[in-house]
Design a protein around this ligand. Sequence first.
Ligand code: ZN
Length: 499
Amino acid sequence: MENPAYMLSVVIPAYNEALVLPRCLRSLRDQDYQGEYEVIVVDNGSTDGTGEVARRFGAIVVHCRQKGVAYAREVGLQSAKGEILVQCDADNVMPPNWLSKIASHFETHPEDAGLSGDAHYQDEPLWHRPFSLINRWLNQISHRWLRCPMSILAANFAARREALIAAGGYNLNLPQCGDELDLLLRLKGIGSVTYDPHLIMETSSRRFRGRFWQFLLSDVLYSTAVGLLLQRITRRPIRISRKNVREEAFARRPRPWAWRPRVAISAVVILMVISGTLVYGFFVPTSEAFGKVYYASKIHEKVVALTFDDGPNEPYTSQILDILHQYDVKATFFVVGRNVEYYPETTRRIIAEGHVVGNHSWNHSAVQPIVDRRDLDLARSQRAIKQVAGVEPHLFRPPFGRKTPWEMKQLRKQDMVVVTWSVSANDPRQPPPSVIAGRVVKRTKSGAIILLHDGNETIHGGNRTNTVAALPLIIEILTREGYTFVTVPELLKVDPYLH
Ligand code: ZN
C-alpha cells in the first residue's frame, strides 16, 4: 500500500498461553503492512509467564484480573490506540499479508464498521469439518443476500474502534459464541459488517478436540441459539459463567429489531440439523453414525440371513423351529434375557438344532441403557444365556435398533458385534401372512439380514401366528428366486460366540 492511513491495534486475550504465543507473535512481527500497528496482549491472570513472553516479542502487555475473554477484549479495546481494532487469539498464526488486507479493506470500504474472516483449523477433527463447512456456507449466503454474515469469528475479526465503542463494546453478559453474535448485531446498527472468506488465519483445533458433545450442546446449541434467544425473549442478560458488571450499560443499549428473524431461523436450522442427526444415528438400523453396525453383507451371492427377535416365546418359537427343520434352514435368534430364563428348554433347542443365539438385551427397554456403568442389562442377559445354553453370544442386536454413542463405545470395548437389519416386514403388528411374506420378498437383496419376530418385546407372549404362517411362504419364494439361507455369523464371517 502506498500511503497507509490507519494505525492498527491487534488485541490478543491470553490466559496461560506462553507455549503457543511465540508463533502467533512471530507471525504478527512478520507482517508486510507498511503502516503503524501495535500488538496488545491482555494477560488474563496467567501464571505461566505469558506476559514475559509477550514482552520479549515487543508486544504491549496489559493486565485484566477479571477472568473471561470478553473482559480481556474490553480491556484491550480500552488500551488500544489504533483506528482499527483487530482481534485474534493466542493460538492463531497469521499470513504475512493479514494486516495489510484488513487495512486496505477499511480504506476501500469507508461504510464498513467490521470485517470478519475465516479460520483454517490445523488437525481439524473429522466431525468438526461439516460444521466449518456449513458455517462458511451460511456466512456466504447470508452475506450475499442479507449483506451481513451469519456470525463472526472472534479470532479473526476487525472493526473500527469508534464503531465498537459506539456499539457499546463487548458484551460481558454472554458466554462464548453468544457474545460474538451479539457484537455482530450491535455493530450492524453502526455500519456494515463484511465477511471475507479469503481473510484466513490458521488456528489450532484445541477448543473442540475431543469435545464433540460439549461442542454441540454448549457451543452450538446453547451459546449461539438458545442463550441468545432466551436473552431476547426475557429482555435481560442471561448469565452463564461471567459476572455481570455492565448490566446498566447493557440495558440502555438500543434494541435493533432486524436481527430477530435471523436468530430464530438459525436456532430452528441448528435444532433441526441436530435432532435429525440424532434420530438418524439412534434409530435408523443402517446408520453407522456412532460406530460400526452390521445391517447386511456386501456379498454378491444370493445368500440371506433370517433373524427372529424378542423370543423365546411359546408356542411360536417351537413352531418356527419345526418349520426351519422341515426346510433345513438355519437362522439366528436374538433373544431377550428375561425370556431365556422363562423358556430355557426352547433356548437349548435353538442351539441344539444348529441355529445361532444372539443377545437382544435383558429387558428390551426403550429407555434403560443396555450398558450402564455396571453393564447390568447386557451382562445379565449374557449370563442368563450362558447359564441356560452354555454359550456367550458374540452378536448383539440393540432393542428398537437404538444406538447411542456411549452404548456403542461399551459394546466395542466388550468385543460385541452389533447387528441390525436391512429388511423388516413390520410383523409385530401381525398383518396377514401374505403381506408379511410379500414385504420380505420385495425388500430382499443379496446379503440381506431379514428381521422377523417370534416374541413380543419383554412380555412372555404376544401372538405371532401370522409370522409363523408367513415363514414357509418366505422360504419357498426366496428359494425359488435362487436364495440360500445362512446364519448371521456365517453371513458376516464372524464367530457366533465369545471364547
Ligand atoms: Zn426387539
